[in-house]
Design a protein around this ligand. Structure first.
Ligand code: FMN
Length: 253
């Protein structure tokens, strides 16, 4: 995973609204750069076909304040949502690195539900941010669960950063156990929490994307700390009632 994205983890934030961010437009070169970042990004599964379309935001429901939306499409195979989250977060960090503000936009409605036989998964709304100080200045002030609720065992200097990964409704559906030899990542579903979207939709759909986002950020942190590993992925077979679904094991070298 590209450690160059590490500083962007600290700088990124969701632009829930693109208000007072200036009128600069995203250039043709920047659009080509997003496509190139997508083409070269790492995949969890190379056998799951994916595609992106970058469309003017006015074509997409509910997002008139953004300039474009990046629509992610995928073949529907086991763990395709996790794979899409992993790819999309690399795009998110590429955008931030280029002063383009972003928002994972789960409730956005696409103009086209399919692309080259692939199904729409999720979109990211984007807009150029003229004033860089509008990005996050102090990530550690962002609202998140306490570290000990997300990680058990030695934190390796990565747990305290990875916990700031974005997630739908800030649900943070991850739990990690480090036993000294390997790091096991679970999709964790906390019951009894009221959110804007129905809990089952979040657990079945968005939290699987969130987990891919988390794995992306975790791996960037491990690359930064020069922690070597081999990764083993597990099919997330859990339903919306399952509390812990094992999704990845990183064997430490
Ligand atoms: C998969 C996913 C879907 C999201 N959907 C929406 C959305 O529809 N509307 C919105 O305002 N924020 C959405 N968000 C943004 C989250 O609310 C945000 O990431 C979370 O509150 C943490 O804040 P931060 O990204 O500023 O660190 C989404 C995030 C993710 C990862």
């Amino acid at each position: 995973m590209n450690p160059n994205y590490y500083p962007a983890i600290f700088k990124r934030k969701s632009f829930h609204l693109f208000r007072n961010v200036g009128s600069a437009e995203i250039t043709k070169e920047e659009l080509d750069g997003i496509q190139a970042a997508y083409d070269s990004c790492e995949r969890l599964y190379t056998d799951i076909r994916t595609a992106i379309r970058i469309v003017p935001a006015k074509k997409v429901s509910f997002r008139p304040d953004a300039e474009y939306c990046i629509l992610i499409y995928s073949e529907k195979k086991d763990n395709y949502l996790m794979n899409a989250g992993y790819i999309g977060e690399q795009l998110d960090l590429h955008l931030v690195s280029n002063n383009i503000g972003s928002l994972w936009f789960g409730i956005g409605k696409p103009d086209k539900k399919t692309c080259d036989g692939l199904d729409f998964v999720i979109m990211i709304a984007i807009r150029k941010i003229e004033d860089e100080s509008l990005f996050r200045n102090d990530m550690f002030r962002a609202k998140r669960k306490p570290l000990e609720e997300t990680w058990e065992g030695d934190t390796l200097g990565v747990a305290e950063i990875a916990r700031f990964s974005p997630s739908a409704c800030n649900s943070q559906p991850w739990f990690v156990r480090n036993d000294g030899n390997s790091i096991t990542v679970f999709r964790y579903r906390q019951s009894g929490i009221q959110r804007m979207l129905p809990a089952a939709v979040i657990a079945k759909y968005f939290n699987r994307i969130d987990i891919g986002i988390y794995l992306c950020i975790l791996e960037i942190c491990m690359a930064e700390k020069k922690i070597e590993f081999t990764r083993e992925l597990h099919i997330d077979t859990g339903d919306d009632k399952t509390e812990y679904s094992k999704v990845a094991v990183y064997k430490l070298k």
